[in-house]
Design a binder for this molecule. Structure first.
Ligand SMILES: Cc1ncc(COP(=O)(O)O)c(C=O)c1O
Length: 376
């Protein structure tokens, strides 16, 4: 096998046609309205409500600020505990901490690496105010069980849906569960606005609160009613969002072919595992993770290094896990005994290159290398 001339990365951003971007920019220049709830911003909000099939969408300049704002909008008591998982991007626990709340790490379940709902209850204390589960890699959490616990203990639920753009469960949008769901539109995401994100929610009452918080707490020219932030999406981001809305389904279709190829080629290697999307769930096609078992002849890290030598850049996503980060190591819930599954899987998961323009030939090459290094 020969080394690829060009590096193959985990993803390639979905990019609109440059001429179409030029036309959008021309319109923005003519309107002289660059940011602050412009025409394109409002249009994208409306279109996303339809595409995501949710009653309310609020756009943001990135997913992190969106999540930060979601927690703030729910008025959770300062110092209260929010249960989440360590198997996520740093933004998830950081948003809890920035709101002067305390992240409590709950372990994940081994199959699809979302929060282990059998372990949530034992983490709940009188000081718990919310649960922040992550639909990691696009696998949906056990929403039914989370809903039940939230009702039983009067907790808010905020989903980190950064990886689940357009996912549906039994034909219902994933953005309709819990109190609020956050989606990220970062360049690495299936659907992107270069940087960006949104919140979706059912309660119309949250709209004004989120609107104000996103804009420094400004209600009108003479009233500032909240300690807000600058979370506004500008017109350039929104125009990329409008153009990419026309392209994301085609991108998903192309990724579905890569997924099929990967599964066909890798399914018979019994020392790796391919996590499965649950029945009745549509895939967002955000990531393609594989799990390296003990019986695989080399470790995940060795496989990662070997592929890198061929210019194939996979991702040890998530390694380290959030409970390993310096600001969180002193939490009781960060102990290895509390998080055995997350600590095991952090050394096993490898996300393979996954994007619509990935050449089949290269996808085959990646599979052949995984087979070869696995002794196949
Ligand atoms: C699970 C998760 N949550 C939150 C974020 C933060 O989103 P953003 O980059 O749009 O701020 C990301 C990734 O980028 C993510 O993967």
């Amino acid at each position: 096998m020969k080394k690829n001339e060009k590096p193959i990365y985990i993803t390639q951003p979905l990019l609109p046609n440059l001429n179409d971007i030029e036309l959008e920019i021309k319109e923005i220049f003519e309107s002289k309205w660059i940011t602050n709830q412009g025409i394109k911003h409002d249009l994208l909000e409306k279109k996303l409500e339809t595409v995501l099939n949710v009653p309310n969408v609020s756009l943001f300049n990135n997913g992190t600020i969106a999540l930060l704002t979601a927690l703030k909008a729910l008025n959770l008591p300062i110092g209260s505990e929010v249960i989440t998982t360590p198997f996520t991007f740093p933004a998830t626990p950081h948003c809890i901490s920035w709101n002067e709340l305390k992240p409590i790490f709950c372990d994940i379940e081994p199959e699809n690496m979302t929060i282990d709902t059998d372990k949530i209850e034992q983490m709940i204390t009188p000081n718990t105010s919310a649960i922040l589960p992550v639909h990691v890699y696009g696998f949906p959490c056990n929403i039914k069980k989370i809903d039940k616990l939230a009702k039983q203990y009067s907790l808010n639920v905020i989903y980190d849906g950064a990886h689940t753009f357009s996912t549906k469960i039994k034909n219902k949008s994933i953005g309709t569960f819990g109190d609020i769901t956050m989606f990220s539109f970062h360049a690495t995401k299936l659907y992107n606005t270069f940087e960006g994100g949104c919140l979706t929610y059912n309660t119309n009452g949250l709209k004004e609160k989120i609107y104000n918080l996103r804009n420094f707490g400004i209600k009108n020219e003479e009233e500032v009613v909240d300690i807000g932030i600058n979370g506004k999406m500008n017109e350039f981001q929104a125009s990329i969002g409008l153009l990419n809305l026309k392209l994301f389904k085609k991108e998903q279709k192309k990724r579905s072919k890569i997924k099929k190829l990967y599964i066909d080629q890798l399914k018979d290697i019994n020392n790796i595992r391919i996590p499965q999307m649950p029945k009745n769930t549509t895939d967002s096609y955000q990531y393609f993770p594989i799990v390296i078992k003990d019986s695989y002849p080399i470790t995940r890290d060795e496989l990662y290094e070997k592929l890198k030598k061929y210019n194939i850049y996979t991702r040890k996503y998530f390694y380290p896990i959030c409970s390993d980060y310096e600001p969180y190591t002193n939490l009781d819930s960060s102990s290895k005994e509390n998080l055995p599954v997350a600590n095991d899987l952090k050394n096993r998961v490898l996300c393979l290159p996954y994007y619509g323009n990935l050449e089949f030939e290269i996808a085959y090459q990646i599979c052949n290398m995984i087979k070869k290094f696995g002794g196949g």
